[in-house]
Design a protein around this ligand. Structure first.
Ligand SMILES: [Zn+2]
Length: 369
């Protein structure tokens, strides 16, 4: 299922668009649904590996969160899209921490999510240390980081990840241990700490790169879970999860070998005729035209009418296939959801736009008479 999710150079070029509204709509209706699909797959993986019910303490979070009737949200110049999990907002969950006013906090960090920018996608655990915790609670969190520093470093090492700050101060070297960075960041305004896996650059369209993104998200989970447990006041520690991580990496290593293009293996025999045929039928959409097609069709599937709010992943389809002389032009494209697109073969040349339009005219006439 997830193997069908792809991110192309169109997604990178999107950030260059001058039309902010088109950009916001493309993020909302095309990029975000695919990123959330990736996040959901990663959430399933975490639940399977750590045998936990993530939604007991966490909730799906993503940004930007476009709300209906908030046109102002379409005018923002976005430079990132995120999807993943965050701890639930709650009055009586985070009992081990206190704010300066003596109350328990409603919201706690961190966020475990995928971050998509013009540079690609990275799985990341982002922490914006709270300004509002009292001194005892702050010490508790910093101590937790110190106690677990070695394990955090080890997990990062396993995925070739790293720690970075959104605004790195001169006096801290890139080799500063995570706990030390965390202690420094804590309580400073607008300083985020990111524990990230490897960046994947666009296009991200192979099963291997999708698998690796999900794997790194999964390996970062124990740090997230440790922080959540700390806030709950339940026995914490990343240690309990380390063995599961090791087994998981061993188990999935075979998958990577299978998916990894290897020079040691026999070279495939290339069927040149087939390659030429595939090249002729492959949907090639010039950057930005994709968004124009979606825009024209109202960001909805021309066949079933579903949009991003109904969970549709939108694709561009040739009305007349290229193999039948169909042109790469706006007029010959239509928006279909993935399901409808799979159902539509090359032989089927229904232009669903005109079909729907004609049907509407017909219905309007019937209504009048
Ligand atoms: Zn559809």
């Amino acid at each position: 299922m997830i193997e069908k999710t792809t991110f192309t150079n169109d997604d990178a070029n999107l950030f260059e668009l001058e039309d902010k509204e088109l950009k916001a709509k493309a993020l909302r209706h095309s990029v975000l649904p695919r990123l959330r699909e990736l996040a959901n797959e990663a959430i399933d993986e975490v639940s399977r590996i750590f045998k936990c019910n993530l939604f007991e303490d966490s909730t799906e979070c993503f940004s930007p969160q476009f709300r209906p009737k908030r046109d102002v949200e379409l005018k923002i110049d976005y430079n990132a899209v995120t999807a993943g999990i965050s701890p639930k907002r709650s009055n009586n969950k985070w009992l081990a921490l206190r704010k300066k006013d003596g109350q328990n906090p409603m919201i706690i960090e961190p966020r475990l999510w995928f971050v998509l920018t013009a540079d690609g996608i990275v799985p990341s655990l982002d922490i914006l240390p709270s300004q509002h915790l009292d001194d005892t609670s702050r010490k508790k969190v910093v101590d937790w980081f110190c106690t677990n520093n070695e394990k955090i470093e080890h997990l990062l090492y396993l995925i070739r990840g790293r720690v970075w700050l959104n605004d790195w101060p001169d006096h801290l070297s890139p080799f500063t241990p995570p706990a030390e960075l965390f202690a420094w960041v804590y309580g400073r305004r607008r300083r985020y700490m990111h524990l990230s896996g490897m960046w994947h650059q666009f296009p991200i369209d192979t099963p291997l790169s999708i698998r690796l993104l999900i794997r790194d998200f999964t390996v970062l989970y124990p740090i997230y879970a440790g922080m959540v447990n700390l806030a709950k006041g339940t026995p914490t520690g990343i240690g309990a999860h380390m063995q599961k991580v090791r087994c998981y990496l061993q188990e999935s290593f075979k998958d990577y070998l299978r998916l990894q293009p290897s020079s040691d293996r026999e070279l495939p025999v290339i069927d040149h005729e087939r390659v030429a045929r595939l090249a002729a039928t492959k949907v090639r959409v010039m950057p930005a035209i994709r968004w124009q097609v979606f825009q024209r069709d109202g960001w909805k599937c021309c066949s079933c009418g579903r949009g991003s709010s109904e969970g549709a992943i939108l694709e561009v389809d040739h009305v007349i296939p290229r193999s039948h002389g169909g042109k790469d032009s706006l007029e010959n494209y239509q928006t279909l959801c993935r399901e409808c697109n799979i159902g539509k073969s090359n032989r089927d040349m229904t232009d669903l736009r005109t079909h729907t339009a004609k049907k509407k005219v017909h219905e309007a006439r019937l209504a009048k008479s």
